[in-house]
Design a binder for this molecule. Sequence first.
Ligand code: NAD
Ligand code: TYD
Length: 358
Amino acid sequence: MAKKKRKQIVNLMVTGGCGFIGSNFIRYLLEKSDFQGNIINVDKLTYAGNPENLKGIEDKLGDRYAFERADICEQERLLDLFARHNIDTVCHFAAESHVDRSIRRPAHFISTNIVGTFNLLEAARGRGESFNLFHHVSTDEVYGSLGKRGVFRETTPYRPNSPYSASKAASDHLVRAYFHTYGLPVTISNCSNNFGPYQFPEKLIPLIILNAFEGKPLPVYGDGRNVRDWLYVDDHCEAIWAIMKSGRTGETYNIGGDSEMENIRVVEMICDILDGMTPAVDGKSRRGLVTFVKDRPGHDRRYAIDFAKLHRTLNWSPKESFQSGLRKTITWYLENKGWVDRVRSGDYLKWIEEHYRE
Ligand code: NAD
Ligand code: TYD
């Protein structure tokens, strides 16, 4: 079957554009891609959404950029935004994204990740023939946990184990169903663990960088032998853009970093790089700060991704090695202490409430 050429993107709604990957994606579109259209960034600005992540970019985009503080759980608001901005394409990042939070308080994961995605799909469907593409950003965690061997492929059955991954799995199914039932043009990507600038310091890599720098304990869950596959965030952005431009409608693409690593090894690498960059005041190795703590309930043992389909069909593969990406990331956190302090103190949340009163 001949591949249908996708229409030019004019008005792109990016949901969750003030979060970690969303803000890197907007930066990527402006600085490293051939994207010429307008961006409408829709973000509720939860604890994980920080407008500072896009500082400078808003000015550079000028009239091509609009920010709308909105909750994707509010259907009427979304319908208004789709109509007012004449949305033809969506790249959907907005989600509750942290597994530990989903274990403690799952409710928001159900509303944002499932109901929010449903609302966006409905709004997109309402645009009829003028709608171009709904790209859904998802995770490899929907496939569950691997043993010592094996990899996740696009055909691997879904077996999510945490409230987070279950809610993402549900949203993936809805997106797929809208393609099959209503013919909504969609693509889905399932990606492994990301790292890089602007990641909220509750996730493993930024948390360990900051604790190690400050001489605090480095919490490692269980025996530290759980394995994740790591991808530098810019590579993820490039993959998403490749899929949005040339991916086949109705298809799922796995995205991975070819960088499987036990958690303890990740932590040790961070310690060693930091020791080399800025030795601890007592001159000791930061590896001594590692503290094994109680395991996460239902902790998936191993993730590994086969991204051969994306490589074969769209010629994508990661550019950054884990080591070089980690160095860049550590340097960024050391050079952006102001951002770190504001994020950790929650000061930016007060700023948001003052600037975005409804
Ligand atoms: P993040 O938590 O850093 O950012 C999420 C963003 O969504 C924030 O800006 C937040 O304010 C916004 N948001 C949350 N609830 C909202 C709502 N109800 N309405 C509107 N906006 C809302 O997350 P991230 O790490 O950037 O992840 C982005 C997407 O990528 C998610 O869908 C996640 O499942 C997926 N993903 C993440 C990773 C990873 O390693 N971080 C890996 C694969 C896939
Ligand atoms: P995380 O960054 O939360 O991502 P995810 O749970 O989506 O994979 O965690 C990555 C791995 O690191 C995971 O196996 C849990 C582990 N981990 C720790 O050992 N200590 C920590 O403090 C955190 C936050 C995670």
